[in-house]
Design a protein around this ligand. Sequence first.
Ligand code: UDP
Length: 323
Amino acid sequence: MPRSVLVSGGCGFLGSHLVDRLLRRDDLETLVVVDNLWTGSRDNIAHVSDPRLSLRIADAETFTTSQHFDEIIHLASPASPVWYMREPARTIKANIGGALNLLSLLRPGGRFCFASTSEVYGDPLMSPQPESYRGSVDCTGPRSSYDESKRCTEALLFEEQRVSGLDVRVVRLFNTYGPRTRIDDGRAVSNFVCQALTTGILTVHGDGSQSRSWGYVDDIVDGLERFFWRDSITYRGPLNIGNNREVSVLGIAKFVCSLVQGSRIEHHAPIPQDPTNRCPDLTLARQVLPGWEATTSYEEGIRRTFEWYRRRIVTRDRSAASA
Ligand code: UDP
């Protein structure tokens, strides 16, 4: 059966990779991307010439159309702490307001998919974190606009499922990196790579012993693809999606340094309430998505990401020089 799909945040880093996957679907009739280009960019989908795709520049929380959709995938939200901490109200609107508004565009019986986050676990007191862990979030802390709006949107969707049988799919994404992250995104991998390629100084907050589990975007999108659009799956979420190889921030910075001769690490003040660790328990993901695994090592993924940025930065510098 032909399907109409809406993706909010489809011009973003993750969203644009998901758009590429959606366009491989034979059952996809129309794909509407709703994006306000806050952290996303038209460039991320500029390579697409598929007539099924249309882009609407709009906020997810106010977008209107007479069309109703078989599937809605709500990704619209900044994911970088630098960006969401700068505009907390807008972050909350994008997540919760976006979900509330987009729900009204779902056709009866349609499916609503949502990208939640490992941030719902806060600064976790257990490792690895299973979906059943209720987390350790400071609801008035500096990360709360993001953490709490993701948590509240999860609540909204699971409660709608309970009272009205809404078909929901909710993933909790762990740290994801790869090509198409903004140069000024501010998250660790893209920051370190861009710093190595420009100033040569990599800024590590604190001593760098805080850890994350770094997932390469292709692996993460593989997981999303399996979970979001396989009709045979009956589990609705939440489902951890990520790479479970936990590596310190210092370890990542050192690896990026090894790619550029002469680059070095500089330690900066720790970020308030920076989570000390983060690692997905993937037991449930392996049951729900048999065969799926995040297989790209951080060494391989960072090398690929590095090449992508290197080409972009060289092109940018050449055009600035000739301007
Ligand atoms: N980080 C860092 N230097 C940077 C960017 C990030 O040391 O230039 C650290 C940050 O303090 C955190 C980790 O890298 O401990 C991951 O940060 P990121 O912003 O990528 O994502 P988070 O997991 O904090 O949402």
